[in-house]
Design a binder for this molecule. Sequence first.
Ligand SMILES: *Cc1c(COP(=O)(O)O)cnc(C)c1O
Length: 349
Amino acid sequence: MTIKPIRNQFASDNYAGICPEAWQVLQQADSGYATSYGDDPWTAKACDALRDFFDTDCEVFFVFNGTAANSLALASLCQSYHSVICHETAHVETDECGASEFFSNGTKLLTVGGADGKVDLAEVEHTVKKRSDIHYPKPRVLSITQTTELGTLYTPDELVAVHGLTKRLKLKLHVDGARFANAVAALKVHPKELTWRAGVDVLTFGGTKCGMPMGEAVVFFDKTLAGEFDYRCKQAGQLASKMRYLSAPWFGLLREGAMLRHAGHANACAGKLAAELAAIPQIRLVHPTEANAVFVQLPERCIDKLRARGWVFYTFIGSGHCRFMCSWATTDADIAALASDIRDTTQEH
Ligand SMILES: *Cc1c(COP(=O)(O)O)cnc(C)c1O
């Protein structure tokens, strides 16, 4: 049987395979026996690599995917009668099938608007303050996404404002960092400036989309919130027995900076694509390209023609425009081919 690889795709960074550094460290980790359930040297090294990365003593857990990471992290911050405030396009709201509500036994998500995928702080404040009675689900957490679902970034200054508000309103701060590496690479600041220095209590840190085979790290900067999180993971079916295969890639990608190199490459690819597309008169970029996603408005007939030519991309994210997502594996040739086909389809009649 032959399996034909997909070539023409900008659908998602999770279409990409395993990056060489992750593959290499998996091979190294795959020698002999190792203790199961996370009591192995690779997991210890990966946790230390994350502590070094953030330059702080944080509590780290590895789970299989982002939905689990987000929903278990949020569940650990909340009682069932609490609520979590997030953007209306947040992955936890739109793409996790109610997992946060499920794992927290009913904690309600309350959504707010805001330009380009970033929460409007006045709306957050209004959502918290509009009710204080016992009939309203008590706001407990603000969850933001970095980079956002619309490919934009919260700058360090914006995070200072977010933290000012969460402190004032006594909210915990959670970051969905499925593409956190892209944010660090784009903003060129130390990861601590985007996390614990900015008041982030818990980060779900994505590995899958930056070149690992699978897996996300849940990082508790407030270690007191991590109590019994291991039980939560186990009960949810998220405690890997051969943990070394989830954890070793973190060590592999962090030890020589491969993670930020790959994320920076994906961001640069999106920048190039955005520049090519911005030059085509018929199309409009709908959000600023700040990391590895390019969102454009294309005429319907162009979308159909691109799909007929074999291009794979999403139109269901956010406001329903075309999203072109770059990854560590995107090449200049991919970008040139897509830009050329988009140019063709907008010019054909
Ligand atoms: C991809 C993604 C996740 C993780 O999704 P899983 O499919 O559950 O791994 C979480 N948040 C955001 C913003 C994402 O893009």
